[in-house]
Ligand binder design. Structure first.
Ligand SMILES: Nc1ncnc2c1ncn2[C@@H]1O[C@H](COP(=O)(O)OP(=O)(O)OP(=O)(O)O)[C@@H](O)[C@H]1O
Ligand SMILES: [Mg+2]
Length: 260
């Protein structure tokens, strides 16, 4: 084994009354790894993600972050170390782009000048336009721009881990592609460890190093796309069938690009 995992779930379950939302999941995410979590609606993806930063508390099992049991870390300190990008962007509607991005450093009591400099840096990092966007309210941004603000805000406290809940789900395919590529690049340049939920197997394969498949609260399979294609689980193969069919259809419908 290489270095210890950044995030480690060992036999983790979460029950909501009689419902087992996450069922005995064991999963390691290595430092620098980009892991995608895929699975149908209600399969436990969001619950699994939120257990890592204690937005939800596990019913049983152990979750370690950077080698430390999350139960021994103050939840506020934990969330400072782990950036979180919400599905809908989750921006504060009454705060400007700059104030949304700077909210965590502000809550941490950083001086205003340092926050302003950090906000400018983050606006550049997520490729928004300082002059045009810095002082706008979220309502005056496109969906893609809002998601960029969400990513900037998640990075504001300098986390080493980023959790993303369907961050690009509601966007048109081109914007989604561009944002995915941009984030993948940030992930690499900043040396982040990323867990990203998506219901889109194609997106998972294109962006992630490894893919974890959830179904009915259970972790059905995990591995690189190549490893998953050797899975014995019918459901996993079914999920992998969609990108395959897309490729085949595209290949028959689109003329092959000429001089490559
Ligand atoms: N606070 C809660 N109280 C009761 N049940 C919950 C709660 N949160 C989630 N659940 C249930 O746990 C199961 C898993 O929910 P979860 O949100 O993790 O699914 P998901 O895979 O993220 O689905 P989606 O793709 O629709 O976002 C669902 O059956 C859901 O109804
Ligand atoms: Mg969810």
């Amino acid at each position: 084994m290489p270095s210890r995992p950044m995030i480690s779930y060992a036999h983790v379950s979460k029950r909501f009354g009689p419902l087992v939302a996450v069922d005995d999941v064991s999963l390691d995410v290595a430092e620098g790894e980009f892991l995608a979590i895929v699975g149908g609606s209600g399969s436990g993806k969001t619950t699994l993600l939120r257990l890592a930063n204690r937005l939800i508390e596990a019913s049983s099992g152990t979750i370690m972050v950077e080698g430390q049991d999350v139960q021994d870390i103050d939840p506020v300190a934990l969330r400072r170390r782990i950036g979180y990008v919400f599905q809908s962007g989750g921006l504060f509607p009454h705060l400007s782009v700059a104030d949304n991005i700077g909210i965590t450093p502000k809550l941490l009591g950083e001086p205003d000048a340092a926050i302003a400099a950090r906000v400018d840096e983050l606006i550049d990092l997520v490729r928004l336009d300082r002059a045009a966007h810095r002082d706008r309210l979220p309502e005056a941004l496109s969906g893609g721009q809002r998601q960029r603000v969400g990513v900037a805000r998640a990075l504001a406290a300098g986390p080493r881990i980023v959790l993303m809940d369907e961050p690009f789900g509601a966007l048109d395919p081109l914007t989604r592609d561009a944002l995915g590529e941009d984030f993948r690049d940030l992930h690499r340049r900043l040396g982040l460890t990323t867990m990203m939920i998506t219901h889109d197997m194609t997106e998972a394969i294109l962006l992630a190093d490894r893919v974890a498949v959830m179904r009915g609260g259970k972790l059905l399979a995990q591995g690189t796309p190549a490893e998953l294609s050797g899975s014995g689980e019918a459901y996993v193969l079914e999920l992998l069938g969609t990108p395959r069919r897309q490729v085949e259809r595209l290949n028959t419908l689109l003329p092959q690009s000429g001089a490559a």
